[in-house]
Ligand binder design. Structure first.
Ligand code: HEC
Ligand code: HEC
Length: 225
């Protein structure tokens, strides 16, 4: 009896600790693998149903997926595999955000696939006015920086020539709110966001200065339609 009680207590402590600290728990960076089954489920998801299921999301992400607050991400035009993975990651708490965890707590995998499919049908956000000098960011995006202690690959190698991303789960960055992009890259840099498989973005962000991150965020915001 005593043993059993102790076991229950330690399990509770284990589940609560990462919730309370808000930190990313040790373990896999994501439980989502882009298997054929997962990709097929997202491909055949119901965007119309997703539109209904996303009704509660519009207050922050916009009725057409364009977030009115620059610190919040736009979702319009984002590739469905990426959006699906983020929703599952919030639900699994491998991407820590108390508000988003709450939003998807009751969602099934099918709900999340439908919602992701819906947002993918909307047009990407419009390009914002370029701010400041973006020439250094342009070099980083198109050529990277081979001379760093940890060499930085060109962003376009993965995120595409026009920041359009790739269907295998590399997000589109074009027209995204700069304050959000900067914020999420700072989270990769300080480890608050750790749902990137193989630490691909954490390693890159750690090799960038805060100013470079800001300039890259402005650069991508000014891309797009
Ligand atoms: C109260 C405001 C709010 C509501 C409502 C909300 N979100 Fe969010 N959402 C946010 C914020 C803030 C973030 C950024 C959190 C972070 O930094 O991880 C976010 C992040 C996201 C992301 C990650 C985007 C990316 O580019 O990585 C997705 C996907 C998302 N939300 C989908 C949804 C869906 C689907 C719903 C409705 C079921 C929803 N959100 C409801 C505020 C909200
Ligand atoms: C080797 C491929 C690769 C390279 C190079 C790369 N990225 Fe990424 N990036 C990814 C992947 C994959 C993700 C999605 C991680 C996940 O599933 O959560 C991502 C996510 C991001 C996000 C989060 C987007 C969002 O909506 O939250 C930003 C911002 C970003 N990358 C910016 C950059 C910038 C800027 C560069 C260049 C300095 C860069 N990336 C280089 C693969 C790459």
């Amino acid at each position: 009896m005593k043993m059993k009680m102790k076991a229950i207590l330690s399990v509770t402590a284990l589940t609560l600790a990462p919730m309370l600290s808000g930190s990313v728990q040790a373990g896999p960076s994501s439980n989502v693998a882009y298997t054929v089954d997962t990709i097929n489920m997202i491909k055949s998801a119901d965007a119309e149903a997703g539109k209904q299921k996303a009704a509660a999301c519009g207050s922050c992400h916009g009725a057409e997926g364009i977030a009115p607050n620059p610190s919040w991400p736009s979702l319009a035009g984002q590739n469905a595999n990426y959006t699906y993975k983020q929703l599952v990651d919030y639900k699994d708490r491998t991407r820590a955000d108390m508000m988003m965890m709450g939003m998807v707590m009751a969602s099934s995998q099918q709900d999340m696939a439908d919602i992701a499919a819906y947002y993918a049908t909307l047009p990407l956000p419009a390009a914002k006015e370029a701010s400041g000098d973006t020439s250094a960011a342009d070099v980083m995006v198109n050529r990277g920086a081979a001379d760093r202690d940890t060499p930085i690959p060109a962003c376009k190698a993965c995120h595409g020539r026009s920041g359009e991303g790739q269907w295998v789960g590399v997000p589109s960055l074009a027209g995204q709110n700069a304050a959000y992009t900067k914020g999420t890259m700072m989270k990769y840099k300080n480890g608050a966001r750790g749902n990137d498989v193989y630490s691909v973005m954490r390693n890159i962000a750690k090799s960038l200065s805060d100013d470079e991150i800001g300039a890259l965020a402005d650069y991508y915001a000014a891309m797009g339609n």
